[in-house]
Design a protein around this ligand. Structure first.
Ligand code: PEP
Ligand code: MN
Length: 359
């Protein structure tokens, strides 16, 4: 957990920033029982959804503002800071009236710039900490855009949450982790705290510890995890909530790696290996550059004879062959597909640029 989350943001925590609490506030009893179980466990803020964005109508939509009063009571009793998801200005107003310590913007809301702007307008002049979840799809622009809208409204304590992205093909995870998004986010905004929400990534309690550990290995500042005293009876997200006991054991078993090591042997060997990787990357780029030269030449030939840019049979053959060769080299089929698709996409772009002048 970076220092400024303690100093500027006023949060506490043992090593990592932790948000824990139920998916939804369901009753005063459930909120207080969960908060009591989490008090003294290094939780930076207690979470509970008050307004729930359900995919289809007819489900449990959240208890509304009454639940905020339960959170305020939980804070008074346990000393935990409290936070919830806001999706529209009326939510913001209800939270500000009760002095919530932190707010977050949910994945569905981040997807919609109109909603984000309305929230930003409602927050003008109030410097409450706000976390922004990534949008439902792997669109880093919407994620950054939402944070920028809030920054433009004068908010200075802004953080990000990676909660995976939805996909109709993915079976294992509810929202598959798209690590390249938070990694790119960290590269572009090294000063902005970023935490991971393994609960909404996994959708199933058993998968959560491994994803939480992966987030630590990728240097996230912390975690947001759904905790419910009786997960099976939860009114939302029952399959992914942990009991307080499971949550505590997960946190106790997390390994917290540091970014660097002072070991001279480690640094020497790493620098040798990095040299080898740098060399291979240079060769790779030269080879790809050479391949694109040939692609341009083929593009000119196709244009002269009015042959189509896309050659479906050839492309099918290439994929079958490269996947077979890649798999023999211990590369995964998915990875070889992705690499070849990127190369092919660029080849088509180059040929079409010369042919019709599109960029
Ligand atoms: C939540 O945190 O309960 C929630 C609805 O998450 P997300 O916006 O990531 O789907
Ligand atoms: Mn949830």
């Amino acid at each position: 957990m970076r220092e400024k989350l303690k100093t500027d943001w006023g949060f506490t925590g043992n090593g990592i920033f932790l948000s824990a609490g139920p998916c939804s506030a369901e009753s005063e009893e459930q909120v207080l029982t969960t908060a009591r179980a989490l008090a003294g466990r290094g939780v930076s803020f207690f979470r509970a959804g008050i307004w729930k964005p359900r995919t289809r109508p007819g489900g449990f939509d959240g208890v509304g503002p009454e639940g905020l009063d339960w959170l305020v009571r939980a804070r008074a009793e346990t000393g935990l800071k409290i936070g919830t998801e806001v999706a529209e200005p009326s939510h913001v107003e209800a939270c500000l009236e009760r002095g919530l310590d932190v707010l977050w913007v949910g994945a569905r809301t981040t997807t919609n710039p109109f909603s984000v702007q309305a929230i930003a307008d409602a927050l003008k002049g109030v410097d409450v900490p706000v976390f922004v979840k990534n949008p439902m799809s792997a669109d880093i622009g919407l994620w950054i855009g939402a944070i920028e809208r809030l920054a433009n409204a004068g908010l200075t304590r802004l953080g990000a949450i990676h909660r995976g992205v939805s996909s109709s093909l993915e079976m294992r995870y509810r929202n598959a982790p798209a690590w390249k998004m938070p990694i790119e986010f960290m590269r572009r905004f090294p000063e902005t705290p970023i935490i991971c929400d393994p609960s909404h990534i996994c959708g199933k309690a058993d998968l959560i510890p491994a994803i939480a550990q992966e987030a630590m290995d990728l240097l996230f500042d912390g975690l947001m995890i759904e905790v419910h005293p009786d997960p099976a009876g939860a009114l939302s997200d029952a399959a992914q909530q942990l009991t307080p006991e499971r949550f505590v054991s997960l946190i106790e078993n997390l390994e917290l790696p540091s970014e660097k090591s002072d070991s001279a042997a480690f640094m020497n060997r790493m620098s040798e290996l990095r040299g080898a990787v740098d060399e291979i990357d240079s060769q790779l780029l030269e080879l790809i550059g050479g391949r694109m030269e040939i692609v341009r030449e083929m593009g000119r030939l196709k244009t002269e004879l009015n042959v189509s840019t896309l050659q479906p049979d050839r492309w099918r053959e290439i994929l079958v062959d490269r996947v077979r060769k890649g798999v023999a080299l211990d590369l995964s089929e998915d990875f070889v597909l992705q690499v070849m698709q990127s190369i092919h996409e660029e080849a088509i772009r180059l040929q079409e640029r010369e042919r019709v002048g599109v960029e």
